[in-house]
Design a protein around this ligand. Structure first.
Ligand code: SF4
Length: 83
């Protein structure tokens, strides 16, 4: 990665909000879109397929991926709380 690219990445991370993630497992229908969007943050139960939260306070660099998971979840089972 070039020095410019590193600096740009650092700026994105610096500007990304600190946030918390909450999941509502009662709404989850095991569609799996959240795992596809942010596998560092979400997993699915091996038996039921219901979402499992791996990180409730992910690093700010994961904000965009979690936001994508929120948008892709068909049942609004994922919530972002910005700090
Ligand atoms: S995308 Fe939504 S419905 Fe699908 S597994 Fe994730 S939380 Fe559950």
């Amino acid at each position: 990665m070039s020095a410019n690219a590193k600096a740009a990445t650092a700026d994105v991370v610096k500007d990304a909000p600190r946030f918390e993630v909450k999941i509502h497992t009662d709404r989850c229908i095991a569609a799996g879109h959240c795992v596809a969007a942010a596998q560092e943050v979400f997993d699915q139960n091996e038996t039921s397929g219901i979402v499992e939260l791996l990180k409730s306070n992910p690093h700010p660099s994961l904000y965009a991926a979690v936001k994508e998971a929120v948008h892709k979840c068909p049942t609004a089972a994922i919530e972002i709380i910005e700090k």
